[in-house]
Design a protein around this ligand. Structure first.
Ligand SMILES: CC(=O)CC(=O)SCCNC(=O)CCNC(=O)[C@H](O)C(C)(C)COP(=O)(O)OP(=O)(O)OC[C@H]1O[C@@H](n2cnc3c(N)ncnc32)[C@H](O)[C@@H]1OP(=O)(O)O
Ligand SMILES: NC(=O)C1=CN([C@@H]2O[C@H](COP(=O)(O)OP(=O)(O)OC[C@H]3O[C@@H](n4cnc5c(N)ncnc54)[C@H](OP(=O)(O)O)[C@@H]3O)[C@@H](O)[C@H]2O)C=CC1
Length: 291
């Protein structure tokens, strides 16, 4: 089956990036969120990021306009029933994702492929709660979606070859590269990346360094484009904590114990860039370290 239209659930930082790249690649996009405000913000962000790509001569102005024209929004989840591929990119909480699939499934076409952009949650378990485990898989983009070239593709135990190949063809059309990962907690990228971020939190908690010195050390000493705490703020501290909890619960090894300081920031509602405060305070002109 040829995929022509894509439904995206969740219009946060990942949802808007996914809608952006899908529309540029020529897919008709229907973007859903529970909040109308989030949808408006997402469309404004997509517009701004497309404008930046035009000004840097990555795409032509006509391509930007055509991409914007391909994106529609809806607050009604079941409207996504008309699309060929659904990518769920709502908050990293299993009960939220299960509820979305439960509501959506009765309106889906039988042939529609259902996927999740989850960073860590078992694809097999998410799939088992739907009517189509064979046509369900993990479609994991990296942040920022328009810039990062990797997509992790994760097959659940029941995912069929046709579904995998259809998703692989979409990744190709996006001009991105797929890495196939087995369905174990946090897959490949976050299995390796998140313990490093968690360790940076312990390094901060134990006073080995402060926010600035830890980030500088890893940028200049390991050539990372962002320091681990800056990256955690960029990803979202709620998402980082959720991933650590999945690693800890799923693998049962104390080496994945989420850092209590990370939990404290999340408890404070300091979730990083998206709430304007995390390991840095973004409310002024320049980010200011909070420790
Ligand atoms: C948690 C998970 O489940 C998985 C994950 O995603 S883990 C996170 C993975 N991502 C990373 O590790 C990102 C690490 N950081 C970086 O690679 C870089 O800091 C960065 C690409 C984000 C920014 O790079 P930079 O050099 O500091 O900034 P800047 O020069 O402004 O931008 C570089 C390019 O990215 C583009 N860009 C930056 N942010 C963007 C955004 N949010 N949306 C669209 N484009 C963006 C810029 O337009 C620019 O494009 P060109 O090269 O075409 O001119
Ligand atoms: N941040 C990252 O770097 C990456 C994240 N991911 C994954 O992508 C997913 C989304 O993350 P991200 O974009 O960062 O998170 P955000 O918090 O930026 O966005 C999540 C969006 O989903 C909305 N939402 C919550 N519940 C529902 C629902 N029932 N129906 C529709 N929309 C809903 C939220 O609305 P509200 O704010 O009103 O709750 C919010 O707008 C997660 O699974 C995450 O693990 C994957 C790769 C990288």
């Amino acid at each position: 089956m040829e995929i022509k239209s894509v439904g995206v659930v969740g219009a946060g930082q990942m949802g808007n990036g996914i809608a952006h790249v899908m529309a540029v690649a020529g897919y008709d996009v229907l973007l859903n969120d529970i909040s109308g405000e989030a949808l408006e913000k997402a469309v404004a962000t997509i517009r701004k990021n497309l404008d930046r790509q035009v000004s840097r001569e990555k795409i032509a102005a006509e391509d930007r306009d055509a991409a914007m024209a391909r994106i529609r929004t809806t607050e009604t989840l079941t409207d996504l029933g008309e699309t060929d591929l659904v990518i769920e990119a709502a908050t990293e909480r299993e009960e939220v994702k299960n509820k979305i699939f439960e509501t959506l499934v009765p309106s889906l076409k039988p042939e529609t492929i259902l996927t999740s952009n989850t960073s860590s949650i078992s694809i097999t378990r998410l799939a088992s709660k739907t009517d189509r485990p064979e046509r369900f898989m993990g479609f994991h983009f990296m942040n920022p979606v328009p810039v990062m070239s990797l997509v992790e593709l994760i097959r659940g135990i029941a995912t069929d070859q046709e579904t995998y190949e259809a998703c692989l063809a979409v990744v190709d059309k996006l001009g991105k590269t797929a890495a196939s990962a087995e369905d174990f907690p946090a897959f490949i990228v976050n299995r390796i990346l998140m313990p490093m971020i968690n360790e940076a939190c312990y390094t901060l908690l134990e006073g080995v360094g402060n926010v600035r010195s830890i980030d500088e050390a890893m940028k200049l000493g390991a050539n990372h484009p962002m320091g681990p705490l800056e990256l955690a703020d960029f990803i979202g501290l709620d998402t980082c904590l959720a991933i650590m909890n999945v690693l800890h619960d799923g693998l049962g090894d104390t080496k994945y114990r989420p850092c209590p300081l990370l939990s404290k920031y999340v408890e404070a509602g300091w979730l990083g860039r998206k709430t304007k405060r995390g390991f840095y305070d973004y409310r002024g002109d320049e980010p200011v370290p909070t420790r």
